[in-house]
Design a protein. Structure first.
Length: 191
């Protein structure tokens, strides 16, 4: 079960399932986000959205589970404008891009390569073709170092109250999310 809910109720956890061995997973519930209309909260001219329903991704071997909290602000895939006609920021890869953005937002030291590899694995699980998956992985490997390196500076701008547009920084510091922790006080339910 690669992607799933963060709900503490096991009956509510199965939001995504494989259709057959090696097949792309089916998303049974949507990635729930609110579009941010505040131009000041755009990222390099890219529209951002606020995650409203937390979700999690468990690696295929079960060794790691990454949870993405509500109020997290993302631009999906951070595709430069000149190549968006080839790979748009939003598509089959959207939830994997949000997961990858979250791992970069945390920016745990010495885990950037792992974040990029998780992105590639999630893209495969979602049925993104080999050529596009490889291109996207190569792009984050080549150009993601700066974003990963500024995680500490960007932390406070990475969360937003979708109702008011105000910053919604979670109580825990970003270091509290290291090693896939889910700190006390972070919601596990929809906003």
């Amino acid at each position: 079960m690669p992607f799933h809910s963060v709900s503490p109720d096991p009956a509510q956890r199965s939001r995504f399932k494989s259709t057959a061995a090696g097949a792309a997973i089916q998303v049974e519930e949507p990635l729930v986000c609110a579009v941010n209309h505040d131009q000041a909260r755009e990222r390099d001219g890219r529209t951002t959205v606020v995650v409203l329903r937390p979700f999690a991704y468990t690696l295929a071997d079960g060794s790691r589970t990454v949870r993405v909290p509500p109020t997290y602000l993302t631009d999906f895939a951070s595709i430069p404008g000149v190549v968006r006609w080839v790979i748009p920021p939003f598509g089959r890869h959207a939830i994997a891009a949000v997961l990858h953005d979250w791992l970069y937002t945390i920016g745990q030291p010495d885990r950037r390569g792992e974040a990029d590899d998780i992105f590639r694995e999630a893209l495969k699980e979602l049925g993104v073709g080999l050529a596009r998956r490889s291109t996207m992985h190569a792009a984050v490997r080549a150009g993601g170092g700066t974003a990963y390196g500024r995680a500490a500076q960007d932390w406070t701008a990475s969360f937003m109250d979708w109702r008011t547009g105000a910053a919604a920084v979670p109580a825990p510091a970003r270091e509290a999310f290291f090693n896939d922790a889910w700190p006390a006080g972070v919601p596990t339910v929809d906003l």
